[in-house]
Every structure is written in structure tokens, then in C-alpha cells.
Design a protein around this ligand. Structure first.
Ligand code: IMP
Length: 200
């Protein structure tokens, strides 16, 4: 079974392959399918709306079921920023070293629960006829006091897990996939796809 993933983000695709890929399920990306230039308008107001838009846009062009995710970092002390704008926050081409340090600086003086944050991931699978199923996953944490760790991507080096004493950039890929927002949303999606008979 081949599922197209509506993403150009190779880090996400890697995590999705680690979580969903098997002998029965092959995940391909937009570039593999020659669909990287299809315009996807991400103007939804929620992670779920954006995930549906991405999956549905590509499913209609490709004529097969398509999986998409929309995810981001929600920082309570910043009124939920960067949220659905996580990829575009402070400019799409701005380095994550800069974005991460900016968020740390904005939270100066805050301690413990005042630094609460979560990663959220909405997944959608859309069919060309317009049918859609969605799932959501969340992981709770805090914004760390410094940039730490080399694994993962994006905001991982500042996403601190108090119970582990580490950021999601310090834990292994395997551990991250087990507890992460994307891991949880994709595992729930896998169960729903099994019920649909799309995967074994
Ligand atoms: P999207 O591709 O529009 O869904 O944007 C997702 C953005 O949210 C990424 O580019 C990262 O900035 C951030 N993000 C989502 N998931 C993660 C994660 O697992 N670790 C770190 N940053 C993440």
C-alpha cells in the first residue's frame, strides 16, 4: 500500500516513515510524485483545518488517498504563539537557532509552569471524493532556559520535558516517536486506517 504524504519537510517525512512505514505501507512525498509544485493554500485557523487543506488539495490532484499533518509549538506565555505559524514564525528562512533564542529571551523571568508549552499535531487523510478522517496528538512540556540537543528539528532544542530532564532534541528518535505529538496523532491515524481497510 502506497500513501502519498503532502509534505516537503524531510524531517517530518522521516518521522512519519519511522512511525507508519512497514512492509505493508510505503510513504512517498510530493517530490517523489512530481507534485511539489501544486499550490497548497494554508489559510486555516487551526492545525486540523490546515492538515485537511493539504491532504485534500493533493488527493484531488493525485487521485489517491493522501496523508498530511499540520503541527507546531504552542507557548502559553506568548498567547499561543507561534502556533499554526510555527514554520513561518519570524520568517520562513530564519534559522531555528535564532527563533529558539528569541523565544527563550521572550520568556526571561518566568519559571516552572509559567514556561508551559506543547507541541500539537493534526493529521488528516483525504480521499479524492472529499472524504476526510483526522486525528490529533499533543505532548506537554516547557520552554527550556537554553538551546540543547542535536536530534530532531525545529523547536526540539528548546522543548524541555521536565519528567525526563531533557529536551526532545536530546532524546532518541525512537523515544521521541513514542511520546511525541506526531507519534500520537499518527498512531491514532494508523488505527483508523486499519478500520478503513487502507492498511493491514
Ligand atoms: P507545518 O509544516 O506547516 O506543519 O509546520 C510545522 C512547524 O512546526 C515545523 O516547521 C516546526 O517549526 C514546528 N514543529 C512541528 N513539529 C515539530 C517537532 O516535532 N519538533 C520541532 N518543531 C516542530
Amino acid at each position: 500500500m502506497k500513501i502519498i504524504v503532502a509534505t516537503g519537510n524531510m524531517n517530518k517525512l522521516r518521522e512519519m516513515r519511522e512511525i507508519l512505514g512497514s512492509d505493508n505501507v510505503t510513504l512517498t512525498c510530493l517530490k517523489d510524485e512530481g507534485l511539489e509544485n501544486v499550490e497548497i493554500i494554508e489559510d486555516g485557523k487551526t492545525f486540523e483545518e490546515n492538515a485537511i487543506k493539504k491532504a485534500l488539495t493533493i488527493a484531488k490532484v493525485a487521485g489517491v488517498p493522501v496523508l498530511a499533518d499540520d503541527s507546531g509549538l504552542v507557548v502559553d506565555a506568548l498567547g499561543g504563539e507561534p502556533g499554526i505559524y510555527s514554520a513561518r514564525y519570524l520568517g520562513r528562512d530564519t534559522s531555528y537557532d535564532y527563533k529558539n533564542q528569541y523565544i527563550i529571551d521572550k520568556l526571561a523571568g518566568l519559571e516552572g509552569d509559567e514556561r508551559s508549552a506543547r507541541f500539537v499535531c493534526a493529521c488528516a487523510v483525504a480521499w479524492p471524493d472529499g472524504k476526510v478522517i483526522t486525528t490529533e496528538g499533543v505532548i506537554e512540556g516547557q520552554i527550556g532556559f537554553e538551546i540543547k540537543g542535536e536530534n530532531g528539528f525545529g523547536y526540539d532544542p528548546i522543548f524541555y520535558l521536565p519528567e525526563r530532564g531533557m529536551t526532545t532534541a536530546e532524546i532518541s528518535a525512537e523515544d521521541k516517536n513514542e511520546i511525541s505529538h506526531r507519534g500520537r496523532a499518527l498512531t491514532a491515524m494508523y488505527e483508523k486506517l486499519k478500520q478503513e481497510g487502507l492498511v493491514l
